[in-house]
Ligand binder design. Structure first.
Ligand code: BGC
Length: 562
């Protein structure tokens, strides 16, 4: 179906990140598949998702869960076929849901035919130069080892080639050589292949690492930006409304990935994420205020992607050593919860499975400036399994119901791609979609409501942000504004009741307000009046008439964002 024209649709989007492998298994072989995903599209619609981000589903030996691609233009047959992929894209579009896919451009699997050809090709040939080879393992010494719990060097010896090859991640993931124009052309072809199949964009995996230069840390290089600009103009020249979302510079400022509005449309805001956890741990608004204040304006039409958790460890690259210490002690007391420079846990366990804290975390995710990205399963508060290696413990099958295998698959338990979470607290008999839909007060229903409200108010995706002065450091208060709309967000980051006096913006003072996400009846708020806040409470205050108008438009059916 034709996508509805919506300029910069990604700014209003609710993105939901999922792995086909662990979402829903239709053919009963123990692994999720595209047919299963199609069957679950009504769930995503009910949740209010407007865009799905698919983790890699390409042919792969799965030694890095698909981030080790062995064929870019083939669907792993365990998940389906190109036909079932296209059926999924059509069905998603028909449901008003866009689809972005992971593009693992920095590296391939060592099983990829390009690498197999490269290691056998004569030194110096174009084929050999598809990857980065060297006679020594001493070049680019300024580049850190990212998977430091698994690898000790970015070089690995290959006896077939009689040379070392470069890899920023696992040793079985050789880096492509983007200095070779054949590689650039090959990747642009891959991009075109998927765009021709209707995808709405790409999450650019490890985008910061595609080039390497002596004397640098081989990250965020000018050559990388030049390549991304070329990619963007290539796409813009042939397609409409397709986007690039950069996974880049986890250690710092990703603003350069927007270029002058001519590079990526979106980039993950890595520095904000750990500071949300820090703010919740320390019960202080300052870490959030500081990082947003330090975040440079993005060019018109660009947007940050905000997230609480994803499929990787919660990276602590973007905080100071002291902050890291605080976060590790608070959120990963058991050493098995730590991985590389981060924490391999899901959101609900990180929040101590505390409903009020989980509600607050989501209310902030959905109100801060950017587009929210939800990680599958977090909307029902799924747990993790530290007994599984690497990041597998946070990638267990989706828990649909209390039926066998949590309704994920009808395969015998020993054939499942990964064991389901089945402990008392987080196991599928307790934590599942079916049960939570039945319970009016569940986390899932709460998130459905938050998402619905957010979608009614363009200000969340498009508006400006101004922090409000308060007399209580445990209270975060900001106003989102656009056109004639202003929403004041007030959040208590503490586990205890707090009262606060805050500098209400002029346009809402002495006026009837509603809390868009609370049960509070309309009230009139005064600048000098104290506001009482329950532990971890979050309110989205808005003028009553604005709320009524937005609701009327939505009920009329015109507010659905596409
Ligand atoms: C992905 C990881 C993956 C790595 C190597 C990352 O940025 O998010 O899951 O292991 O790239 O591809």
């Amino acid at each position: 179906m034709k996508a509805v024209a919506a300029p910069a649709w990604y700014r209003d989007a609710i993105i939901y990140q999922l792995h086909v492998k662990t979402f829903a298994d239709a053919n009963g072989d123990g692994l999720g598949d595209f047919d299963g995903l199609i069957e679950r599209l009504p769930y995503l619609s009910r949740l209010g998702v407007t865009c799905v981000w698919l983790l890699p589903f390409y042919v792969s030996p799965l030694r890095d869960d698909g981030y080790d691609v062995a064929h870019y233009e083939r669907v792993d047959p365990r998940y389906g076929s190109l036909k079932s992929f296209s059926r999924f894209v059509d069905a998603a579009h028909a449901a008003g849901i866009r689809v972005i896919v992971d593009l693992v451009l920095n590296h391939t699997s060592d099983q990829h035919p390009w690498f197999q050809a490269s290691r056998r090709a004569p030194a110096g040939s174009a084929k050999r130069n598809f990857y980065v080879w060297s006679a020594t393992d001493t070049k680019y010494a300024g580049a850190r080892v990212i998977f430091r719990d698994f690898e000790s060097s970015n070089w690995t010896w290959d006896s077939t080639a009689d040379a070392f090859y470069w890899h920023r991640f696992f040793h079985h993931q050789p880096d492509l050589n983007f200095d070779n124009p054949h590689v650039v052309r090959a990747m642009l072809k891959v991009v075109q292949f998927w765009l021709d199949r209707g995808v709405d964009g790409f999450r650019l995996d490890a985008a910061a690492h595609v080039f390497e230069r002596e004397g640098t840390n081989c990250e965020n290089l000018p050559e990388t930006h030049a390549f991304l600009k070329r990619l963007r103009s290539d796409i813009d020249g042939r397609y409409r409304d397709r986007i690039l979302l950069a996974e880049a510079n986890q250690a710092g400022d990703a603003r350069p990935y927007f270029g002058d509005g001519d590079e990526c449309h979106m980039a993950f805001h890595f520095p904000l994420m750990p500071r949300l956890f820090l703010a919740l741990e320390q019960e202080r608004a300052a870490p959030i205020v500081d990082i947003i204040a330090r975040t440079a304006e993005v060019p018109a039409g660009c947007q940050w992607a905000l997230f609480l958790r994803n499929h990787d460890e919660l990276t602590l690259s973007a905080v100071t050593a002291d902050e890291r210490e605080v976060l590790l002690n608070a959120y990963a007391p058991d050493p098995r919860m730590r991985l590389n420079k981060g924490i391999r846990r899901r959101l609900a366990p990180l929040m101590g499975n505390d409903r009020a804290r989980l509600d607050l975390a989501h209310a902030l995710l959905l109100a801060l400036p950017g587009t929210p990205v939800l990680y599958y399963g977090d909307e029902i508060g799924m747990g993790d399994n530290v007994a599984l290696g690497d990041r597998e413990g946070l990638r267990t099958p989706m828990q649909w119901s209390d039926a066998a295998n949590g309704g994920f698959s009808r395969a015998a338990q020993d054939r499942l791609v990964s064991p389901l979470i089945d402990d008392d607290e987080f196991g599928y008999p307790t934590v599942n979609v079916e049960r939570q839909f039945r319970d009016e007060g569940s986390l899932l229903n709460r998130i459905v409501r938050l998402v619905a409200v957010r979608r009614r108010h363009a200000v969340f995706g498009r508006g400006t942000t101004e922090f409000l002065l308060t007399d209580n450091p445990r209270v975060l208060a900001f106003v989102r504004r656009c056109e004639d709309e202003a929403i004041v967000v007030v959040a208590n980051l503490a586990r205890t009741n707090q009262s606060v006096t805050l500098a209400w913006p002029e346009e809402v003072r002495h006026q009837p307000l509603v809390d868009l996400i609370g049960a509070t009846a309309p009230s009139t708020l005064d600048a000098d009046q104290q506001t009482e806040l329950a532990p971890f409470a979050c309110h989205w205050f808005c003028l009553e008439q604005v709320a009524r108008r937005a609701l009327a438009v939505a009920t009329d059916g015109h507010a659905a964002l596409s």
